[in-house]
Structure formats: structure tokens, C-alpha cells
Design a protein around this ligand. Structure first.
Ligand code: GTP
Ligand code: MG
Length: 1012
């Protein structure tokens, strides 16, 4: 077990927690390889080809990363490398996958880091997942470095001239900045986040002259910032210092006059190559053209001299010209060193967490109205800010994963620490430590690339179920954790307000399933493929925590005291692909169940559901993710044979209005007691898009208002305040910011209502009773009862006898939204309007408390909601997947026909290159029809196109039953109807519900003719 002595000597000031984000295949893992070479985990020769962190067999086979992996690296930066003093640095690096199926893994990575390296392939440019990566880092308030990768390809593959190389690079930087600007403006327009980030605006964008842009080729191991180039040319250019030359390198009007070696202006007007082209792209162009393309040995010595390389690198040892170029360029500006330096200089240490990030992490707005809790919240914020080992424990578990216990290195022989570097003046203790910890680092570097890789992979694949240990990838924000320590595990639903207001805390904890007590069994430093057992980890580190036996949670906060604000959960992608999984032999059922449990524990994007029919439903994020899960089940968790059904997709139910001027409603008379009858009328309507947009944009605020309007909480709040039970939301929220937001929200609703037609433009924000409880399925309950003022902005009038119905109506509404009457799938974009709510007779005050009466009431209301829905032309919505496919002109037609065959549509076909006729086809296809789509497209394009499908939205399938006269309508409409009926019956059959006749005979005559 490791003593913490080395880590003890490094303060959090010198720690950097950094993730690498990018679109698929842009080179993240290759960049990580380069950094790993610092510690000898990968030999320099094999950077880019080892892909050390892709340690799964399927990752190596497919060539894509499927999970986030963290690795703990240490190195020392010296004065020569650009820091003021010799500085030991710890880098916790997290490589992430780029494939859309694994975006939950990216979400997990960004939370535990303070900075992100955004990698962009300069040839492909900014792609959909690049934007997603930037957005995630921006939302999490991480500082970013842009790494423009694969610059070698501009010369070697595209044969671009230096000027075009510059344009390609510029385009990437501008695209990233344009996207950042759009995020920034969106933030400004909602104004819901604090102003701090806007004050720091200059740091938000990528500006090469500030050092947050690295130009690189990960595969060739080189990289630099403008400052590095400035340092190099300072000796030969007159009249400039390092700062001024760095700035001028990114001033496109500057150029160097080689005659007098001075920098001049006017490059744009004179149409001259600018300084960047002259000093940067021309140099790279020269090296690659001479060595790799022309294979010209005669120039190499000259190149080495020009690059100011004092020692001649061992380029001569390589016969391969690519390797020669690589050796020279790597010796010139090694990417690993440049990247480490820039992480140290441009990204914050855990001590420099911004107030804005702290407020975001604990959602401090949520607590801003609580005077009682203020002291605790402030203490929490202070603990996060101080990042001290002496503070209370606050850690965030961002994902769980399974490891082979045998692979954790319990003795030091299996660990790799940085090579001691003779020139560094470390203190004696550190030197000794490095020596003892560095056993076999060199041999390991060699081993880890070839035979060793094989060995590790085999080890993984032979894992025994008992050897599986579930580890939580965690970040310690405050305090210190040791094995054996007892901690509270709070999941994101833990409500500190409710806890603090509960009268009997013990009772509350017993009832509340959002808090658990766990004992930390072991702690690990994560070393990529291995896990190093340690006896203590302090604030500021990324680590692995074990001790989660029987706990399934996606994310959680670990803390030593219960008055801790849980760190908010990031919204992650919901799994959309669903398959039934069953054992081949019935006797293996329990093993499969255990395996599925472990799978769910180890992968936060997997859900396993046992349905009413007793089948296990396995929900995953996409085809590739499903295959990874099946591989894990087969080899690690279940070790039994199983079968898997074709995918089942989750549908949505909605309504469409036939005749806008006519309202249909369901009415019901419900006996509340022998003497009292409730009369209720409900209308279901499609929710207009404008209103959906307002709800989506303010979902968090609306949810908070709703939570505070729950009678029990309101009650308690009111007692805390001034016995005023008729408080409006404005009174409940003391915080000025929230109150202003609520006022603005009401205005937005009023605007949206008045922009709609007919019935809608008579409504006001005061008519909104409830928002449906599923975030992505927006549904609305509207109160149009003239004499009953109940809405989400005001607590109801206590004197009105109907107030007790509020909970029942809201519950029945939510029940109906969770499972609609067509095929028990969730509703989407529906509004239910309560037109009448009328009590006749005397209401006995105990009525609603009798369980059978309460049950009768809620079931009757639920039935009434369902009837209203069925009366308004119910329809189904299906998930639509979006894809981008690159193709040449010949493939274009085939792709169109493949998309149409699957009931999809081509949204856009962009001509990327006029000369070569390269197109990007943006298409959408129903998820239900997406089976084997990627494979079919790959075949069509002879392997050239490799589309990845991404969930886009839900879309109406078609009305079911058909509109009157549908039989005479277009073929397309009939197709829609037939598909809708087929989908509906498929779902109903799966759920064991009654099915209408499958045989749909529309256009009966046509069918007869066809038969002939
Ligand atoms: N020419 C060239 N190829 C590169 C460079 N960097 C990476 N590659 C290649 O690009 C491919 C993808 O690299 P990876 O490092 O696996 O990319 P990734 O971003 O980790 O991919 P995912 O994790 O699957 O999203 C590999 O074949 C690399 O060898 C580079 O600088 N130049
Ligand atoms: Mg990768």
C-alpha cells in the first residue's frame, strides 16, 4: 500500500484535474498516450498506436473508446520549460469516449475535473460532438484548452499549401469561438446564471496568443503554443520581446521582412503571407514535404539546424521516413511537455474553484430562501472553496465501474511513477521515493505496448465474478478519506430543506431512501489499466472509492456530516434502446439476474427493469453501447448463455385536435361520500409549441416552485415565517433574484398564451396548475374553473373546501401522464384543462382520509383524465434518430433511398467540396427502423461512411384510429396509419395488453389487385 508521503509534499496548488473531450476519432486517446509517455506508461515510439487507455478488447478491436478512464500522472516542470521555479505537478487525466452512445461517460468526466482539453481534428473541423463537448465543459464552468490536432494531415493527406493550412486552422478556432459565443449569448438572454463568467469574458474564448490553443499532431508527438514559436524566433527577429512577438504571431496584418529581420504591418493590404504562415505553417510544410512526401535525406540536417535543435535526434535509426520526421519534430516540441505546461498554466488548480462553480455545484439558488439553513450552506461553500484535507468530507461520485480485484496493485512492484530526472533538484525524501517507486518503469514502458497489452487484455477477459469489485470514480472536494471510514451517501433527490425541517431526524432518515450509510472498504489511485491501493486521499484528487456493496446509483455525494448540500446531478442521456434479455437455460435465471445487477452497478447508463410479464428489460444508449454491455455480461458479470430480443423503443402518446372551435370533454360525477358528489369536466388538448418552449426554458425554476407548493412544505414554511397560510409564491421566496425570475416567467407565459389561437389566448399564467413530472415529456394541467383559484404561483385559498382535492387531481394527472390509455406509454405535449370542479352536498371532513375512499377518488379522476385523452384524437409519437453521413456523388442516391426505405427523411445535403463532390447528408430516421442502418450504409459506401445515430426528438407517427376519410387519402397517410397501428400493437403485445385486430384493411381493393 502506498504511503502518502509524495502526495503530501504536493499541495493542491500543483494538482490539475483535466479531461480530454472531442468528437469521435479526433485523437483524444492518442493525446492521452502522449501524456502517459511522461511517466513511461507508453513508450514514445508507440504514442498514438498503443491507445493505452483503450484497455478493453472491444475498444482495441473497434478502435473507439467506450468508457472514461482516469490516470494519475506526476512530473516536474523546470525553468527551461517555462515555469518560474522547478515545480512538481500531479495531473489527474481523464480520457473520454467520443461516440454518442457513451456521452454519459463524458458527463461523468467533466464533473470531476477543473479543466478540459478540447481536441479537434483540423481536417474534419468542428463536428456535432465537438460542440456537445464544448457545451458540457461550458455548462460545468470548466476552463478549456483547444488542441488543434492532426495538423500533419493537412500536408501529408490533403497536400495543402502553408496559406491553406493556416485557413484550416483558423476555421477550427473560429468555429469553436462562434459556438462559445452562442452559448454565452444564450446565457445572457436567460440571465439565470450569475454574472461572474461574463466578467471573465476574455478567458472564455480560445485565443492562441494567450496560450490556450495548442497546435499539434498527437500521432507524431509534437505540439506548441504561439509562445513557443516566439521564444524560438526571438533571437533572429529584431526589436521584439517574447510577449510582443507572441501577439504578433496571431495578428494577421503582421509579416516579417527577411531583409532587415523586422516585423512590419500591411500584410493584408499587400496580400502577403502573414507571420503565422511565414513562421509556423511554412516550417511544418517544409518538414513534412521534404521528409515524408519527397523522402529527401539531404535536407534533414538543415531542417534540424533551422529548428534550433542542439542535439541531433536519432532520426537516422529509422528507415521509415515518417518516423524520421516524427523523431525530429518530437524532439523539437514534445507534445507531452507542452501539454503539461499549458495544463499547469492555463487551467485552474482545485484551490481555484470559482464561486460561480460552487454555486452551480450545490445549486445554491435552491436554498437561497432559507434563513435556517444559511449557516450550513455557507459552511459547505467554504469547505468547497478551501479544498482542505482538514475540512468536512465532501466528495462526488460521478460514475461507477467494475474492476478485476486482482488487477489492483497492492504492492509497489506493479506501479509506475515518474522517472527521477537528474537535473531536478528535488529534496532527498522525494528523490528516494521516486527511486523506490520507479522499479522497472523503463521495461514497463516497452512491455506495455506489445506483449503486455495482450496479457492485460486476457486477464480482463478471464475475470471471475467473485473478483469483480465496483469502484466509484470520485472527486474529493473537501476533507480526507481513509478506508474504514463511515460516510453518508446522498443521492441527488436528498432534500436538505426537508431534512432540516423534519421534527424527528432519526425517523426521517429511516424513511428517506435518498440517504445511505456506507463504509469505505478501499481507496485507489487510478492508473489507467491498474488501480493502486492507497491508505488516504485528500481534497483535490480524483480517485476510486470502493465500498458500494448493493448500492445502485448513477451519481452521489459522499459526506461526513448530514448538513451537507448534495452536489447536483448532471442531466445525462437516458437510455433509449430496450431489449428483452433472457437466459438460454431457465436454471441460469438467478445468475443472469445477479449479472444484470452488477452491470447496472457498474455502468450508469444502463437500466434494468423487470416488467409485469417477468422479463428483464435491458435499456442501453445505442447499438454500440448494447454490444459493450452484452460483452461485459458474457465475460464478467453473468458468465451464462443468454438471448436478446430485437430492440423495443419507448413511444410517447399525445393528442391532436380535430376541430379547433369545438371542445370535447369528459365529465364525471364521483361520490365522495353518501352526501357529497364531485362534478368534474376535463378537456385534453395538444399543447402549443410556444408554451412548450417557455416550460422547457424554465423547467428548473418551475420544478422548484412546484416543490415549494406541495402542501406539506408550504405548511412548514408558513409556520416558519408568520402563520400566513395564504402566501403566494412571491412571499415564499424571499430571494429577490428568484422573485424577479418568477415575475419574468409569468410574463413569458402570458405572452406565449396571447400568441396562441382560440381558447389559449384567454389563458394567463394564473391558470397553470401543474407541470407534468417527467422532464423531457412536457404536459400541463390547466385550471379553468372560474371560482377556484389554484395555480402553481399561489397556494390555494384554505377556506375553499375543494382544496383537499388538489393532491388527488395532481396525482391523477401525473398517473395519466406516466402511462397513457393507448398503450400505457408516457404522454407528451398534452394539456388537460379542468373546466368544472364542483362539490354538491355536504363534505364530511374525514372523507379523503379513508383509504378506500381516497383510492376510489383517485381512480375515478384517473379514469376521467384518460377518457378526456381518448376523446381528443389520440396519436403516437416515436423516437427519431439523426445522423450525418459523408459521401461522394455516387453514394448520394443510394443513401437517399436507404433513408426513405426506412421511413426517414434527408434534412439537408451539403456540398463540402465542389471539386471532389463530397457531400454531408443530414438525415433523420425513426429509431424503430434503425436496425442495421449503420452497417447498411457502410456497405453502400464500401466502408467509406460510418454514420453514428443520435437521438434527436419525438415525432408524430400518424393518427390512430385513422381520421374519417383516411382510406381515401394519400398512400403516405395510409402508411402512417398502418405503422402507428403496428407500433401500438407491438407495444401492447409486449406489455400483455389486449390487442385490436392486427389486420388492417385499408384500400381493400388495391390489396385484392395486388394478390392477383
Ligand atoms: N494523422 C494523424 N492521425 C492521428 C492523429 N491523432 C490521432 N490519429 C489517429 O486517429 C485515429 C483515432 O485516434 P484516437 O486517439 O483513438 O481517437 P479518439 O478521439 O480517442 O477516438 P474515440 O475515443 O473513439 O472517440 C487513430 O487511428 C489515430 O492513430 C494525428 O495527429 N495525426
Ligand atoms: Mg479514444
Amino acid at each position: 500500500m502506498e504511503s502518502a508521503s509524495y502526495r503530501d509534499q504536493i499541495t493542491p496548488e500543483n494538482i490539475r484535474n483535466v479531461c480530454i473531450l472531442a468528437h469521435v476519432d479526433h485523437g483524444k486517446t492518442s493525446v492521452a498516450d502522449s501524456l502517459l509517455s511522461l511517466n513511461g506508461l507508453v513508450s514514445k515510439r508507440n504514442v498514438g498506436s498503443t491507445r493505452f487507455l483503450d484497455d478493453r478488447q472491444d475498444e482495441q478491436l473497434r478502435g473507439i473508446t467506450m468508457k472514461s478512464s482516469a490516470v494519475f500522472l506526476t512530473d516536474v516542470l523546470t525553468k527551461q520549460e517555462g515555469v518560474e521555479d522547478t515545480t512538481p505537478v500531479i495531473l489527474n487525466l481523464v480520457d473520454t469516449p467520443g461516440h454518442i452512445d457513451f456521452s454519459t461517460e463524458v458527463t461523468a468526466a467533466v464533473r470531476i475535473c477543473d479543466g478540459a482539453i478540447i481536441v479537434v481534428d483540423v481536417v474534419e473541423g468542428v463536428c456535432s460532438q465537438t460542440k456537445e463537448a464544448i457545451k458540457q465543459a461550458y455548462d460545468e464552468k470548466l476552463r478549456m484548452i483547444l488542441l488543434v490536432n492532426k495538423i500533419d494531415r493537412l500536408v501529408v493527406d490533403l497536400r495543402q499549401e502553408p496559406k491553406d493550412m493556416f485557413n484550416s486552422i483558423l476555421l477550427v478556432i473560429e468555429d469553436c469561438n462562434a459556438y462559445l459565443a452562442s452559448l454565452y449569448h444564450l446565457d445572457l438572454s436567460t440571465q439565470e446564471s450569475s454574472n461572474e463568467i461574463f466578467n471573465e469574458k476574455p478567458d472564455l474564448f480560445f485565443a492562441p496568443e494567450t496560450g490556450n490553443v495548442i497546435f499539434a499532431s498527437a500521432i507524431d508527438g509534437w505540439g506548441f503554443t504561439l509562445r513557443h514559436i516566439a521564444q524560438m524566433y526571438l533571437k533572429v527577429i529584431n526589436g521584439e520581446d517574447e510577449d510582443s512577438l507572441t501577439k504578433k504571431l496571431w495578428d494577421f496584418d503582421c509579416f516579417v521582412s527577411f531583409k532587415d529581420k523586422q516585423i512590419k504591418r500591411g500584410a493584408i493590404l499587400m496580400n502577403k503571407a502573414n507571420l503565422f504562415v511565414q513562421l509556423v505553417t511554412s516550417t511544418l510544410h517544409h518538414v513534412y514535404t521534404n521528409i515524408v512526401i519527397n523522402r529527401d535525406v539531404s535536407n534533414i540536417e538543415m531542417i534540424i539546424k533551422k529548428l534550433d535543435l542542439k542535439t541531433i535526434p536519432s532520426y537516422g535509426l529509422h528507415n521509415d521516413f515518417r518516423m524520421k520526421a516524427r523523431t525530429i519534430l518530437e524532439a523539437w516540441k514534445p507534445l507531452c511537455k507542452v501539454l503539461l505546461l499549458q495544463c499547469y498554466l492555463s487551467l485552474p488548480s482545485p484551490l481555484h474553484i470559482s464561486n460561480e462553480r460552487i454555486d452551480y455545484l450545490i445549486n445554491s439558488e435552491h436554498y437561497s430562501s432559507s434563513i435556517e439553513l444559511n449557516k450550513h450552506i455557507e459552511n459547505n461553500k467554504l469547505a468547497l472553496k478551501k479544498c482542505s484535507p482538514d475540512g468536512p468530507v465532501i466528495a462526488y461520485m460521478s460514475k461507477t465501474f467494475a474492476v478485476n480485484k486482482n488487477l489492483s496493485c497492492k504492492n509497489n512492484n506493479r506501479t509506475v511513477y515518474p522517472k527521477p530526472r537528474s537535473e531536478i533538484n528535488l529534496n532527498k525524501d522525494k528523490q528516494n521515493f521516486l527511486k523506490t517507486e520507479n522499479i522497472g518503469a523503463d521495461e514497463k514502458a516497452e512491455e506495455s505496448d506489445g506483449s503486455k497489452t495482450e496479457q492485460v487484455l486476457t486477464e480482463l477477459s478471464l475475470i471471475e465474478k467473485d473478483d469483480v469489485e465496483i469502484i466509484a470514480l470520485s472527486r474529493i472536494f473537501s476533507g480526507q478519506i481513509r478506508p474504514g471510514q463511515e460516510l453518508y451517501l446522498l443521492n441527488s433527490t436528498f432534500d436538505l430543506i426537508e431534512y432540516s425541517l423534519s421534527e424527528n431526524k432519526e425517523d426521517y432518515l429511516k424513511k428517506c431512501d435518498s440517504v445511505k450509510k456506507i463504509t469505505v472498504t478501499s481507496l485507489y489511485l487510478l492508473l489507467g489499466r491498474e488501480y493502486r491501493l492507497v491508505n488516504c486521499i485528500s481534497a483535490g484528487y480524483v480517485c476510486g472509492i470502493a465500498g458500494l456493496k448493493d448500492v445502485i446509483c448513477r451519481t452521489a455525494t459522499l459526506c461526513s456530516a448530514l448538513y451537507t448540500t448534495p452536489i447536483i446531478e448532471q442531466s445525462a442521456m437516458e437510455p433509449i434502446v430496450c431489449n428483452v434479455i433472457s437466459p438460454v437455460h431457465a436454471k441460469h435465471l438467478s445468475q443472469l439476474r445477479e449479472g444484470l445487477f452488477l452491470l447496472q452497478q457498474s455502468d450508469s447508463c444502463v437500466k434494468v427493469i423487470l416488467n409485469e410479464a417477468g422479463e428483464f428489460l435491458l435499456l442501453t444508449a445505442g447499438d454500440v453501447h448494447l454490444e459493450k454491455c452484452l460483452e461485459d455480461l458474457r465475460r464478467k458479470f453473468a458468465l451464462v448463455e443468454f438471448t436478446i430480443s430485437p430492440p423495443i423503443y419507448s413511444l410517447r402518446e399525445t393528442v391532436s385536435q380535430e376541430n379547433e372551435n369545438e371542445t370535447v370533454f369528459s365529465s364525471s360525477s364521483i361520490n365522495l361520500s353518501e352526501t357529497c358528489i364531485l362534478g368534474i369536466k376535463i378537456t385534453a388538448l395538444p399543447l402549443p409549441q410556444q408554451i412548450i418552449e417557455v416550460i422547457k426554458a424554465h423547467y428548473a425554476l418551475l420544478k422548484m416552485i412546484q416543490e415549494h407548493q406541495m402542501p406539506s412544505v408550504v405548511d412548514i414554511w408558513a409556520r416558519c415565517e408568520s402563520n400566513d397560510l395564504h402566501s403566494s409564491t412571491d412571499k415564499i421566496f424571499k430571494d429577490e433574484l428568484i422573485r424577479t425570475s418568477i415575475t419574468r416567467l409569468k410574463l413569458r407565459f402570458n405572452d406565449a398564451f396571447s400568441n396562441c389561437n382560440n381558447l389559449w389566448n384567454n389563458l394567463r399564467s394564473e391558470n397553470i396548475w401543474r407541470i407534468g413530472n417527467i422532464k423531457n415529456n412536457i404536459n400541463l394541467l390547466i385550471n379553468c374553473v372560474s371560482d377556484y383559484t389554484c395555480n402553481i404561483f399561489n397556494t390555494p385559498n384554505e377556506c375553499d373546501k375543494r382544496i383537499f382535492l388538489d393532491n388527488f387531481i395532481v396525482n391523477a394527472f401525473n398517473m395519466c401522464c406516466n402511462a397513457g390509455p393507448v398503450c400505457e406509454e408516457p404522454l407528451m405535449n398534452c394539456a388537460f384543462i379542468i373546466n368544472t370542479l364542483h362539490l354538491s352536498g355536504d363534505l364530511d371532513s374525514s372523507t379523503s382520509r379513508r383509504p378506500e375512499q381516497a383510492n376510489h377518488l383517485i381512480q375515478s379522476l384517473y379514469a376521467c383524465f384518460r377518457e378526456a385523452f381518448l376523446k381528443q384524437n389520440p396519436s403516437l409519437m416515436e423516437p427519431i434518430l439523426a445522423t450525418n453521413i459523408q459521401t461522394d456523388a455516387q453514394g448520394l442516391g443510394k443513401i437517399y433511398s436507404e433513408v426513405h426505405k426506412r421511413y426517414g427523411k434527408v434534412v439537408e445535403a451539403l456540398n463540402l467540396n465542389e471539386e471532389r463532390k463530397v457531400f454531408t447528408v443530414k438525415a433523420q430516421i425513426p429509431a424503430v427502423e434503425s436496425k442495421e442502418f449503420a452497417n447498411d450504409i457502410r456497405k453502400i459506401s464500401s466502408g467509406g461512411a460510418n454514420p453514428s445515430l443520435q437521438f434527436s426528438h419525438y415525432e408524430l407517427v400518424g393518427a390512430d384510429p385513422p381520421k374519417p376519410g383516411a382510406a381515401e387519402d394519400s398512400d403516405e397517410e395510409v402508411d402512417n396509419f398502418v405503422r402507428a397501428r403496428k407500433l401500438k400493437n407491438l407495444v401492447r403485445r409486449r406489455k400483455g395488453l389486449a390487442i385490436e385486430d392486427d389486420q388492417v384493411v385499408v384500400h381493400a381493393e388495391k390489396q385484392r389487385t395486388l394478390k392477383k
